[in-house]
Design a protein around this ligand. Structure first.
Ligand code: B12
Length: 223
């Protein structure tokens, strides 16, 4: 019991340090602390949800307040991305057969990719066949890939408000086509309400909610 408490305290401190190091744009520190947190028994999910993610939120706040500019955003994103590379092997594929095919991307006009990349890693770790189209993806590309692969689910990310209209356009194009699957959306520019308004089947606030929702959507498609 005493050991568990000590481990939890160590993890909490490491996650706090990770948040600070993201804001300090300290890539080497972020990498070291990520490895330390894994060694201390923290899961990849805890490290992302409790350390890296909140660190990026704090960076966003600094940007809003005028303390940070685009170069700082880029440096924080680079630190986050290299931590994700370290975590990837700890979210290894858990199934031999794929429960479904997902086409994923950030919509046209938006280059934010980190959140979408986390969703891709988490879904792939659960065995899904994930086709990541990258960022700034035009509606037609989502449509072509989804139909070519007979995708079960199309997942789209948007972080800038201006890109939400492109997402709506993509959903409309998918609905008008032969696409028989479901659509899930996410990213800081969306809410549950706006996701519904643009005609998506589901919304997720983070990658783990995305996983649960994708599983349910796939069941719907299969039945
Ligand atoms: C890092 C960053 C950048 C980096 C991105 C680097 C990269 N390679 O991705 C760079 C420097 C490129 C950048 C550029 C810009 N940015 Co920026 N950026 C950010 C910042 C600080 C963090 C984003 C991030 O990575 N968050 C961490 C991840 C883990 O969180 P997440 O993306 O929300 O993802 C989670 C969930 O949302 C969900 N999710 C995400 N995608 C999906 C998809 C699906 C299918 C599902 C189910 C779930 C899901 O799961 C994820 C994991 O749990 C945000 C601030 C913020 N609070 O979001 C601003 C922010 C998004 N940026 C902003 C702006 C304004 C810009 C610029 C216009 C700045 C400029 N003047 O040039 C440009 C836009 C360029 C463009 N056309 O896209 C604004 C957007 C405002 C708005 N509402 O429109 C924000 C909100 C900052 C702010 N507070 O003003 N940015």
């Amino acid at each position: 019991m005493a050991t568990t408490t000590a481990t939890t305290r160590a993890t909490t401190e490491l996650l706090e340090r990770l948040r600070e190091q993201i804001v300090a744009l300290d890539q080497t520190g972020v990498e070291q602390t990520t490895l330390e947190a894994l060694a201390a028994g923290a899961s990849a999910q805890e490290i992302i949800s409790g350390g890296l993610g909140p660190g990026m939120e704090a960076v966003g706040k600094r940007f809003e307040e005028g303390d940070f500019f685009v170069p700082e955003l880029l440096l924080s994103a680079r630190a986050m991305q290299s931590a994700l590379d370290l975590l990837r092997p700890h979210l290894e594929r858990s199934a031999d057969t794929s429960p479904g095919t997902i086409v994923l991307g950030t919509v046209q006009g938006d280059v934010h990719e980190i959140g979408k990349n986390i969703v891709a890693i988490v879904l792939a770790a659960d065995g899904f066949d994930v086709h990541d189209l990258g960022e700034d993806v035009p509606p037609q590309e989502f449509l072509d890939k989804a139909n070519e692969l007979g995708a079960d689910v199309v997942g789209m990310s948007a972080l800038i408000s201006l890109a939400v209209s492109k997402m709506a356009e993509t959903v409309a194009m998918l609905r008008e086509s032969d696409f028989k699957g479901r659509v899930i959306v996410g990213g800081a520019a969306l809410t549950r309400e706006s996701a519904e308004q643009i005609g998506a089947d589901a919304f997720a606030a983070d990658a783990w909610e995305a996983l649960g929702n994708v599983r349910s959507l796939i069941q719907e498609v299969a039945s």
